[in-house]
Design a binder for this molecule. Sequence first.
Ligand code: HEM
Length: 282
Amino acid sequence: MEQLTVNQKNIWGMSADSALKKAVTSWVSIVLVGQWAFAVYILSLYAIPLLIGAVHQADEISPARGFDTSAGFDSIMFFSHILPAAIMASSGLLQIIPKIRKTYPKFHRWNGRVFFALGLSGAVTGLYLTWGAGIRFSDIGALGVTLNGVLILVAIFFAWKTAVKKQFVQHQRWAVHAFILVNGVWTFRLFLMGWYLVNQGQNGNNNNLDGPMDLTISFACYLLPMLFAELIFWAKRSKTENVKWLAAMTTSIAAVITLIGVIAAAMMMWGPRLSMVFSTIF
Ligand code: HEM
């Protein structure tokens, strides 16, 4: 009987707690690689061409329609939207890594302030570009990212407020959701490219990004990771082994989906554009 209990608690020599920890670490490591690849893409396609005066050449390669230095206020909004994304993609995830948080608390506070300030500005400029400057393929296709923008404001407001009030349990929860929401546009690219890779092309998608699958992905890109995060929080609080195993399994699935997305986005989006930008400009 005792043997049975031990067997129930350990799978492949791992307890539920250590399986969950390993699954979360794997997921975070994959996200880190994908985030840094995105940062390299933004720097190479937008920041460096702007600095060296090669915007015209980069514009030929970039998918962005607002990439233009002659549109006055809209150009300012465009570059204030895109360029800080490289900073957020480079250092945002460091906030979530416990060892960095504990060893460098001052860095955590400053990096957090920078992330929140840039996240708020990214949401506001994004909403402006979509509905003010009219950069959207279709109204219905823009609903997912619009809700994403509004939720960024809400999550950052509460994450910041709870940090100031030193309510760290609530802060951690809001900050993780803020991180997921700020990265909704990154996850959107992962899911879309991953979907294309798995289906070997479009399936329920169209070029206006308002096919049934485009719409599903436009909401799932932040709601699904938020759901996974809640499951992890629940499992960490829970004393039930099965809940922890369930969270470890779903987190492992999330890690695999993210890995497919990072590979697909690197292969189909970031990689080809980077090689074009390097051969044209540098
Ligand atoms: C704070 C989180 C956000 C980040 C980090 C971010 C990042 C980016 C990046 C890197 C691009 C360049 C696209 C590429 O080359 O693939 C972009 C473009 C854009 N984003 Fe965001 N974004 C965020 C939030 C939003 C939100 C909430 C909206 C809308 C409500 C939005 C609307 C846009 C628009 C309209 C463009 C320009 C597309 C074009 O010119 O064709 N973004 N964003």
